[in-house]
Ligand binder design. Structure first.
Ligand code: SAM
Length: 328
């Protein structure tokens, strides 16, 4: 069951990223008027507080979401705003309501489309809803540690029976080496003229507990887990996530240590990077390299959980890392 209030209290990272994107497109957005849709608007806070003020004052937005709980919440809190309406819509629907066809000047969607396993249908629907010359601005994750966490949990015998459809929850281009190219191809094959399509690899530092709360507050996977296992699933989810961060943190710290001992020797630095990259995907490495100071507290926190350290894959990974380091 999704929890709108919990999501609003923990979506700092989403707000931060959307604000950055909106700033990047300030000029284009300021000239947007007419009828817009925010697909997967969730509780409506970002639609009301960030998106709407960035548009021309003659614009109106219909926020749509697959979850009734979200739409009811958004209606209750933001319906005083005459420029906003909220309606239920599954953006993957095979029966797009007539009232939406060719009605929209602009369509937005933030942090939603990774939940959709039929991305072609999603974009066909968006294309149908746009008026000729209409535009779309979307942001959604392709890679994130959280998807690896889900994959790990799906191998856990307690949860495996309920996570047979895990692929539904993993973004379509997750394994692609060039997801932006693939997305562009998909959009063009539907008829979109793509002006800008960027793979953004910056890392946004966020408190892991707050981030996990935001994930779990909209995570419909929980709906397929039996009630008696829900708490255990959440604990496992949080634990696996922190372990992943811990492992990444260690790789980064070890890599930085190597860089230091190399006294700035460029060749050695390149080798260190290669070692770090070998042990993690380049994306993750790039992601976490910048955030190691903030992760330090995690290390301390996890050391307190001796049970975590004993049971998990950290030891062999560190062992391999040390061996690699000694070989150097
Ligand atoms: C992480 S929230 C994002 C909310 C808001 N756009 C933001 O950026 O904070 C993702 C939202 O997408 C909605 N969603 C998931 N699948 C959807 C679908 N097929 N059609 C419409 N909304 C969907 C969820 O119910 C959830 O409210």
């Amino acid at each position: 069951m999704v929890n709108p209030a919990k999501y609003i209290s923990s979506n700092e990272m989403q707000k931060c990223i959307i604000s950055i994107v909106i700033k990047e497109f300030t000029k284009n957005l300021k000239s947007i008027s007419g009828i817009c849709m925010d697909v997967g608007c969730g509780p409506g806070d970002i639609t009301n507080n960030i998106l709407l003020p960035s548009l021309d004052s003659n614009s109106v937005i219909i926020g749509t979401d697959i979850q009734m709980t979200m739409i009811e919440y958004a209606k209750k809190v933001y319906s005083h705003n005459t420029r906003l309406k909220f309606e239920m819509l599954d953006i993957q629907t095979k029966n797009l309501p007539e009232k939406y066809i060719s009605k929209f000047n602009h369509i937005f969607s933030f942090f939603t489309l990774h939940w959709c396993d039929e991305l072609r249908k999603v974009f066909e629907n968006i294309y149908c809803m746009l008026q000729p010359g209409g535009t779309m601005l979307i942001v959604f994750p392709i890679h994130h540690v959280i998807f690896d966490v889900l994959k790990n949990i799906a191998h856990n015998f307690r949860f495996a029976p309920y996570l047979q459809n895990l692929n539904k929850y993993i973004p379509l281009f997750y394994n692609s080496a060039v997801p932006n190219e693939d997305l562009k191809d998909l959009l063009e094959s539907i008829g979109f003229n793509v002006q800008h399509c960027k793979l953004w690899e910056d890392f946004f530092d966020t408190n892991p507990d707050v981030f996990l709360t935001s994930c779990l507050s909209v995570c419909t996977i929980l709906d397929v887990i039996p009630p008696e296992l829900k708490e255990e699933f959440e604990d496992e989810f949080r634990r696996e996530y922190k372990i992943k961060l811990y492992v990444l943190f260690h790789r980064v710290i070890s890599s930085l240590w190597l860089l230091h001992t190399g006294h700035g020797n460029a060749c050695r630095a390149a080798k260190c990077d290669a070692v770090a990259n070998k042990l993690t995907t380049p994306n993750m490495f790039i992601g976490y390299r910048v955030s190691f100071y903030q992760q330090a507290f995690l290390r301390a926190e996890l050391f307190q959980g001796a049970e975590l350290l004993a049971a998990r894959k950290i030891a062999p990974l560190l062992h391999q890392f040390r061996q690699d380091r000694n070989k150097e």
